[in-house]
Design a protein around this ligand. Structure first.
Ligand code: GRF
Length: 221
């Protein structure tokens, strides 16, 4: 049997997506070992969750480095030293240096609260409402040097309700994120979702459209 996938998680904030990953593992739905949770914020809730779960933690203060690249090179050196095979960005609120992340191409995922390629960056819920979108959602993508721009592998969608504000929309989307991210990571742990020749694969074939989260989990579109 293949060994559990060794995962490091990067998070700047409350850590609800990390909590969802840990819960999936606890339920036996994710064959993973969490080797490190790292943050750029000493107060991140994600660090407290990791400590409570007995996972090693790391805090790096960006102010202690001369520039962003120096921070990122140190961070990704430490991730490599942790033995991580996959890095998951779960609310890690920093733009990453292309050179620092190059060794992680095809081995790093991010979750973003929009239906990419729509609304890269911040304030995604507000922007979806302002555009009058009838549908909103979340995406998991492989990370490239382009912010929120790497290949999208899985999405969860929900209808926008008339009159709702950005907070309610975000609140309704979050439980979907909490299913989407563990399901996507689970497919990587099972060897079904992968990366070959600079692009994602699913069951050995090129993934041509993002998988969709449905009642039965993640399925080809
Ligand atoms: C989530 O909305 C995620 O999509 C975005 O940042 C937020 C992180 O929330 N990238 P949490 O810290 O996991 O609760």
């Amino acid at each position: 049997m293949p060994h559990p996938l060794r995962i490091a998680v990067l998070a700047s904030g409350r850590g609800s997506n990390l909590a969802a990953l840990l819960a999936a593992r606890a339920r036996g739905e994710l064959a993973a070992e969490f080797v490190l949770v790292a943050s750029d914020k000493a107060q991140a809730g994600a660090l407290k969750l990791a400590e409570a779960a007995g996972i090693p933690t790391l805090v790096l203060d960006p102010k202690a480095y001369p520039d962003r690249r120096a921070f990122d090179l140190d961070l990704f050196d430490q991730l490599a030293a942790s033995g991580a095979e996959l890095v998951v960005l779960a609310g890690f609120m920093r733009i990453l240096d292309g050179e620092a992340i190059a060794p992680w191409t095809g081995r790093m995922l991010n979750i973003h609260p929009s239906l990419l390629p729509k609304y890269r960056g911040l304030h995604t819920h507000r922007r979806a409402l302002e555009a009058g979108d009838l549908e909103h959602g979340a995406s998991v993508h492989f990370v490239t040097a382009e912010l929120d721009g790497g290949p999208v592998v899985a999405q969860a969608r929900l209808p926008v309700e008339p009159g709702e504000d950005e907070h309610r929309l975000a609140q309704r989307l979050l439980p979907l994120e909490h299913r989407l991210l563990p399901a996507t990571v689970g497919l990587i742990a099972q060897g079904r979702l992968g990366w070959r020749d600079g692009a994602p694969t699913f069951d050995g074939q090129p993934l041509t459209a993002p998988l969709r989260l449905g009642p039965q989990g993640l399925l080809p579109a």
